[in-house]
Design a protein around this ligand. Structure first.
Ligand SMILES: [Zn+2]
Length: 259
């Protein structure tokens, strides 16, 4: 059963999801613990590493102190993106326009859709919403023209209105700390419940700054879903994961987020 209500025009078959899971396994990208998993040693917000005895990592704790009550209600990552690993490379490659960007984009999209499909209901509950009423993407620091690459990828599968988040003029697009004034949200219906997407979570400052902007603009709840939760390089595994075959548009579900 899809995490979100399927679109009557195209109910994804179980085989589609299963094939995406196989590709995810082949890529060596297991999903991190969910919001209620709370495994020892992981930040309860971002599933990053924490020091023994702490519930949140340093950055998430700093964010909580900086903008109490205005942060995302829940944060989830589809997978860990270890520095130098295949997902970290895909997250760079998919928006580069270079050779290999298309299969990388298909793998990134697979991870995102699977995360929404498998974990969506738990995430919406954790965020205090029935379902997202709108979708939004954290603006890119590069300020490239046109829609954000992640929005361009996901939009056909997420049948919800897209909200606009823009960097405020004069702001620092590369700021590494949470800045409540960094983004401006427009066109938000009162009480909107927002699914906020990003491709990579490093410190979380960008996504949380965007969540704050949405809350200040009237969002009732914000659920952040990122594709890759960045982790610093770790010692190489005994055997390198196999790069999965390219995923084509034909192998994607018709809808991950229906009306
Ligand atoms: Zn954290």
């Amino acid at each position: 059963m899809p995490v979100m209500q399927p679109d009557p025009a195209g109910v994804p078959g179980a085989g589609v999801w299963e094939s995406l899971r196989v590709r995810r396994s082949a890529a060596g990208c297991p999903p991190p613990g969910g919001p209620s998993a709370g495994p020892a040693g992981l930040c309860l917000v971002c599933a990053g590493p924490v020091r023994t005895g702490y519930l949140r990592c340093f950055q998430c704790d700093l964010h909580a102190q900086s903008a109490p009550g205005l942060l995302a209600d829940v944060v989830a990552a589809a997978a860990y993106a270890v520095k130098g690993g295949p997902l970290a490379r895909d997250l760079w490659l998919y928006k580069s326009g270079r050779k290999g960007s298309e299969p990388a984009a298909a793998r990134v999209l697979s991870l995102l859709l699977l995360c929404l499909h498998e974990r969506g209901p738990a995430l919406w509950r954790a965020a205090g919403m029935d379902q997202p009423s709108a979708v939004c993407v954290v603006p890119s620091g590069r300020g490239r023209p046109g829609p954000h690459p992640l929005r361009a990828l996901a939009a056909p599968y997420l049948a919800r209105p897209w909200l606009s988040l823009r960097p405020r003029p004069g702001g620092d697009p590369w700021a590494r700390s949470l800045d409540p004034t960094r983004f401006q949200a427009t066109g938000l219906p009162p009480g909107a419940t927002v699914l906020l997407l990003d491709d990579t979570w490093v410190s979380g400052a960008s996504a949380q700054s965007a969540a704050v902007a949405l809350k200040l603009a009237g969002a009732a709840a914000v659920a952040v879903v990122v594709v890759g939760r960045h982790l610093p390089a770790i010692p190489p595994p005994r055997s390198l994961p196999t790069i999965p075959p390219p995923v084509t548009a034909a192998g994607m579900p018709a809808r991950a987020l229906g009306q």
